[in-house]
Design a protein around this ligand. Structure first.
Ligand SMILES: Nc1ncnc2c1ncn2[C@@H]1O[C@H](COP(=O)(O)OP(=O)(O)OP(=O)(O)O)[C@@H](O)[C@H]1O
Ligand SMILES: [Mg+2]
Length: 242
């Protein structure tokens, strides 16, 4: 069935080149913005989250290796880096006519899994397309990373979305036989095909666990060029079940 209310995570693996710092994949971002615009034009509603890609993941890894921990200045640097990518995503969506409203996750979250997402829900109800992203926040334990995968899962449950779509650069989850799985659960064995590049939030295994924890009927991991098909209810990519 076609999605009525969707939460879509625009994976950093799709919108950036994770093997090269601060590199946007402009063609992919443009395609995703166009697909989001088509879905809205057909009457769909959605909220968006984007990942860190070669902005967030790269700077967190660099700061951790250089300075050992994330203190106040490091958290600030990560926040700035993610805001830069956030503005880039806003520009692309706006140019396709999507009424996007950007919410910094660090203004809503106080820990890895503790976010107050009401500002986004309010904008969604008002007819905007709220967007947030994976981010860093300063806690009593120092700086921590809030994963975009986690926020997307929490947001989908809270918004009572009927679809939760994780967009990435792979056709779906690759199983032990090397083929895309039609369905996956967190207990299933999967292939390890991690590419060159940095990742600080658990890559595919973490994504499956977050996706599976959402209370959403239709949860999928799809490649970026299949987003609209997934939103139209087609069985593309890999379905995630608890
Ligand atoms: N079994 C698997 N099936 C599919 N992809 C896998 C698998 N094992 C590892 N991966 C890796 O997981 C990556 C997707 O996770 P990753 O966290 O890098 O992307 P993302 O969440 O879109 O990016 P970001 O975290 O920046 O938002 C794929 O690019 C692939 O390299
Ligand atoms: Mg990821």
């Amino acid at each position: 069935m076609r999605c009525n209310l969707a939460v879509v995570k625009l994976g950093g693996s799709a919108i950036t080149d994770k093997s090269s710092p601060e590199t946007v994949r402009w063609d992919v971002l443009e395609s995703l913005s166009a697909q989001v615009a088509s879905y809205l034009k057909a009457g769909g509603r959605l909220a968006l989250v984007h990942g860190g890609g070669s902005f967030g993941h790269y700077i967190v890894s660099r700061l951790l290796s250089e300075r050992g921990r994330l203190g106040p200045s490091e958290v600030s640097e990560v926040q700035r880096e993610m805001l830069l990518l956030g503005i880039t995503v806003v520009n692309s969506l706006l140019s396709h006519g999507v009424p996007v409203s950007l919410h910094a996750a660090h203004s809503m979250c106080v820990g890895e899994r503790s976010c107050e997402l009401t500002p986004m829900l309010r904008d969604l109800a008002a007819g905007l397309t709220p967007l947030t992203y994976g981010d860093a926040v300063l806690t009593e334990r120092g700086g921590v990373v809030v994963s975009g995968d986690t926020i997307a899962s929490m947001l989908a449950s809270e918004a009572k979305a009927d679809c939760l779509i994780y967009v990435s650069d792979v056709d779906g989850v690759i199983g032990p036989e090397g083929k895309v799985l039609r369905v996956v659960s967190p207990r299933d064995e999967i292939a390890d095909i991690t590419k060159r590049g940095v990742d600080v939030t658990g890559s595919m295994k973490g994504k499956i666990a977050e996706a599976a924890s959402a209370k959403v009927a239709n949860t999928r991991i799809v490649r970026w060029d299949s987003l609209l098909r997934a939103l139209n209810g087609e069985e593309v990519g890999t379905r995630v079940v608890p």
